[in-house]
Design a protein around this ligand. Structure first.
Ligand code: IPE
Ligand code: IPE
Ligand code: MG
Length: 264
């Protein structure tokens, strides 16, 4: 990433604290090259490295990546097998570097469904990188937004039945505290690659006011420059959270509007 790009993003001021990415388009990238789909997933690992580096360079505090959805378990067994192998390969290759760079990795999702070997690998990476203070990297695996909300509802019900929680006190904070993301602020910016305009069951609760950015680039080709383009677009957004922008003078009516007197 050029210093100039980074300077532009920082000078604009609006750096998102939390960036979430739906990493999509691996299969299409492979198909365009007449390669089997797993080659696309493998090529996507370089893009993961790039966005982690980009997030560190820009000063993003939390990066949440959607790597494998609960619904992705429906894919053919050989594709799932290839993805699981790549997960282990990523962990083996990147563990030392992530630790050195001060990245704390967390895996979010129903990890019980992972095969034993991958389950052990993700636990190892989380334990090894715990305490890193520069970037929180969340990797969503076997993750579904609705399943996460159902799990939170189950936890609330258990607490209420056990007498630990008064149902009248269940509010938004009580729900948020029972999500995988309880320790993190909501994403400020949600990026999806490969041009698809949908959420695909990702962070349904947490993205209520996230700014959306869709890149046409397939994930294996996503680089720091694409991340910077998304950060620059974010810096130009006005977030209102349902309120009004304060300290902005009211617009001056056009002379024709003033004469005809309509308004308010
Ligand atoms: C995203 O790429 C990676 C996963 C969902 C695991 P896809 O595999 O969905 O690629 P496309 O959408 O078929 O191109
Ligand atoms: C979303 O992509 C899941 C991940 C990127 C891990 P999908 O490719 O599974 O989503 P759909 O099926 O196109 O909505
Ligand atoms: Mg896809």
């Amino acid at each position: 990433m050029s210093d100039e790009l980074l300077r532009q993003v920082k000078v604009n001021g609006g750096l998102p604290a939390h960036v979430a990415i739906i990493m999509d388009g691996n299969g299409r990238w492979a198909r365009e090259r007449a390669l089997p789909r797993p080659f696309g997933h493998k090529a996507g690992m370089q893009a993961v490295r790039e966005v982690v580096e980009g997030a560190l360079a820009a000063g993003v505090e939390v990066l949440t990546l959607f790597a494998f959805s609960q619904e992705n378990w429906q894919r053919p067994a050989d594709e799932i097998f290839a993805l699981m192998e790549l997960l282990e390969e990523y962990i083996a290759k990147e563990m030392a570097e992530l630790k050195t760079r001060g990245v704390t990795v967390r895996f979010l999702g129903n990890l019980d469904r992972l095969p034993d070997s991958q389950r052990a690998a993700v636990e190892r990476l989380m334990a090894h990188t715990g305490g890193g203070s520069r970037l929180a990297l969340n990797i969503c695996i076997s993750y579904g937004g609705r399943a996460e909300l159902a799990r939170a509802a189950r936890m609330l019900a258990e607490d209420a039945c056990a007498g630990r929680l008064d149902p009248a006190e269940i509010d938004e904070d009580a729900v948020a505290a029972r999500l995988y993301t309880a320790d993190f602020p909501d994403p400020d910016l949600l990026i999806r690659t490969s041009g698809e305009m949908r959420i695909s069951n990702f962070l349904l609760w947490q993205i209520s006011y996230s700014e959306l950015y869709v890149s046409d680039v397939c994930w294996p080709e996503f680089r720091k420059a694409e991340l910077m383009a998304a950060l620059r677009a974010y810096a130009g957004r006005q977030r209102k959270f349902g309120g009004l922008i304060q300290d902005m003078p009211p617009p001056i009516p056009e002379p024709s509007e003033r004469r005809s007197g309509h308004g308010v």
